[in-house]
Design a protein around this ligand. Sequence first.
Ligand code: HEM
Length: 152
Amino acid sequence: MNKAIEVALFLHLLAVAVWIGGMVFAHFCLRPALADLSPQLRLPLWESVFARFFNWVAASVLVILLTGGFLLTQFGGGHAAWQLHAMAGLGVLMMLIFGHIRFAVFPRIRRAVQAQNWPDGARAVGTVRRLVVINLVLGVVTIGFAVLSRGF
Ligand code: HEM
């Protein structure tokens, strides 16, 4: 493997770890721990957690796209193994879902917190939760395709 491929794979996996690991932490650790707080405390907390985490995800998406695109050209481009195309397809789907969370649902949380409209805020946080579960499942399946592409 040449150096450029090694570096790209390293960055690709680092970005995947940040994105998937962050979703696991938010969904399985932070969410249940905050569940008993009142909406007045819980929703502003989610807003500030998301504001930070989504910047990390945006950076990860950028790195995954750049390194994934580069790796795909190195692994045969259009003739690469079908599992790599599956990875790219699912990866782009995950990015679209993230884009919807960041640019459609998150602003609703912000507005609700500013207006102290707790029912609307709770609904929007619930939507983020469902979309994060979908992205987590897609992420795990994508990692499965990555491993399968090795052709064991
Ligand atoms: C635009 C989207 C993506 C493209 C074009 C892409 C492309 C690639 C390519 C070409 C490789 C190298 C395969 C190899 O080393 O044999 C790779 C590795 C990998 N990718 Fe992606 N990828 C994308 C998104 C993702 C996402 C979203 C995930 C996880 C959720 C992911 C997980 C992995 C993993 C775990 C590997 C290491 C596989 C290995 O070395 O065995 N990729 N990716």
